[in-house]
Design a protein around this ligand. Sequence first.
Ligand code: NAP
Ligand code: ZN
Length: 353
Amino acid sequence: MCTPHNNKTMTRVLSVPSAKASFEQTTIERRELRPHDVLIDIKFSGICHSDIHSAFDEWGGGMFPMVPGHEIAGVVEAVGSEVTKFTVGDRVGVGCFVDSCGECEYCLGGEEQYCTKGVVQTYNSLDYDGNPTYGGYSQKIVVTEGFVVRIPDSLEMDVASPLLCAGITTYSPLKHWNAGPGKKVAIVGMGGLGHVAIQFAHAMGAEVTVLSRSMNKKEEALSFGADHYFATSDPDTFTQLTGRFDLILNTVSANLDVNGYLSMLRVDGTLVNVGAPAEPDQYSVFSLIMGRRSIAGSLVGGIRETQEMLDFAAEHSITPMIEVINAGQVDEAYERVLRSDVRYRFVIDIATL
Ligand code: NAP
Ligand code: ZN
């Protein structure tokens, strides 16, 4: 239900009152539309492992009550007086960020995620007025138009939603580190991010290898475009693949044997971490020195690049494999993600909230 109240929008949300608590259905206010704001009627909201790290307060600094969700797909319901990019009825998406300074070198360069003033995250963050942000496990959200992207017509809303985080978080580093023809790319971890990364790396023309803990996901990995698949539980994998890859994209939510993965890089190869375990990784500098190798990290992607990624996904028929759940199943879904018992992304049908 949406009841206007002082021109603010009341909206139902799923929120956690404290770290590791169960989800509750509550009501919050979304701000009155400013001239450049868009009011979005959310249709689907993906469940990213970052939502779990945050709702469990594993990274610290959690702000409660928390409404997670940064894989948002919906329809524009109203626009502010000066909005030019969107009209009512447009199919749109919102990802991990809802504001940035717009003036620093990174914002001007289209990489708002590295804004020097501090990018405003979609939830678990304070906006520039000091108000907490609440994310996409919600019926409605108000976002300034510069942080809203267009969902191409050929992408269904439910499968589009995970692209708003899992998609851009893997597309951006694959492009930045030049995944493409002639490049051998490994994707570590075949979860929400990993299964989309395989599709992007393949579409970019790279030779793609999946490194998963077991052989269980092999058939699906090949169907997503992987050329090779190995189980990291088999120690032979590491000897067999020594010096093999130009780029390894690590999407794993837990700490890994970093030295083992570095040994699989060619000279000048790079291990890029997007997986974000709470505890520090450990490695020997000799693993870098002996092959002039690099370790890097990457945060989501900018807004322009997010639109480019969606258009690329539409053009190459890249679609996350999803399991749609209702609003009452989110606690159970979190448990299942922690057991890697999901093929490969849960998406909440917001109509059930
Ligand atoms: P996910 O769906 O849970 O997938 C993670 C995958 O990692 C699992 O499917 C599993 O793949 C592997 N894995 C899990 N536990 C493991 C363990 N203990 N040891 C080895 N492998 C393990 O999670 P996700 O949503 O893709 O997110 C992955 C990570 O990326 C999270 O830490 C998340 O916070 C982070 N993230 C970062 C950014 C960024 O901007 N850098 C953005 C979004 C998410 P296999 O079964 O194939 O081994
Ligand atoms: Zn995410």
